[in-house]
Write a protein that binds this ligand. Structure first.
Ligand SMILES: [Zn+2]
Length: 136
């Protein structure tokens, strides 16, 4: 097997199962192992020449980058909705950047923006009776 550590988002070990994203893994003919499993028998797994200190440092960097971007994606979403007196143009900004503009930002555009932000959005039609009865 290759003694090259791999850092993947979907980290998996045959023995330990799912691992934290970007954990150090090794691929042995299509079978994935974590560093702790291969280290139980470095010779068997052919990883006796791996520089563990350096590899763990790499793992830390990969994971730091991953969690940093994750935190960023959870940071506040500051929307600005800008109209004018004539009412013939609208601009929607997210964190200072224009995400939509036009004569009228329609429902479809709003939905797309929500989806882009990772929101699950379901649209469905119900009967008039259900609507009247508040059965939604
Ligand atoms: Zn393992």
């Amino acid at each position: 097997m290759s003694a090259k550590p791999i850092f993947d988002k979907e980290a998996f070990c045959e023995h330990c199962g799912d691992l934290e994203p970007y954990s150090m893994t090794f691929n042995d003919d299509g079978v994935w192992w974590c560093q702790w499993c291969v280290r139980t028998d470095p010779e068997e797994y052919g990883v006796e020449n791996v520089n563990w200190e350096e590899s763990q440092e790499q793992e830390k960097q990969h994971q730091a980058k991953y969690y940093e971007s994750k935190v960023k994606s959870l940071s506040p979403k500051n929307f600005e909705f800008i109209t004018c007196e004539a009412g013939d143009w609208e601009v929607l900004k997210l964190n200072g950047e224009i995400v939509a503009e036009g004569h009228s930002i329609n429902r479809h555009q709003w939905v797309e923006i929500l989806k882009d932000l990772g929101c699950n959005f379901e649209e469905r039609e119900i009967s008039d009776e259900d609507m009247e009865m508040g059965e939604y």
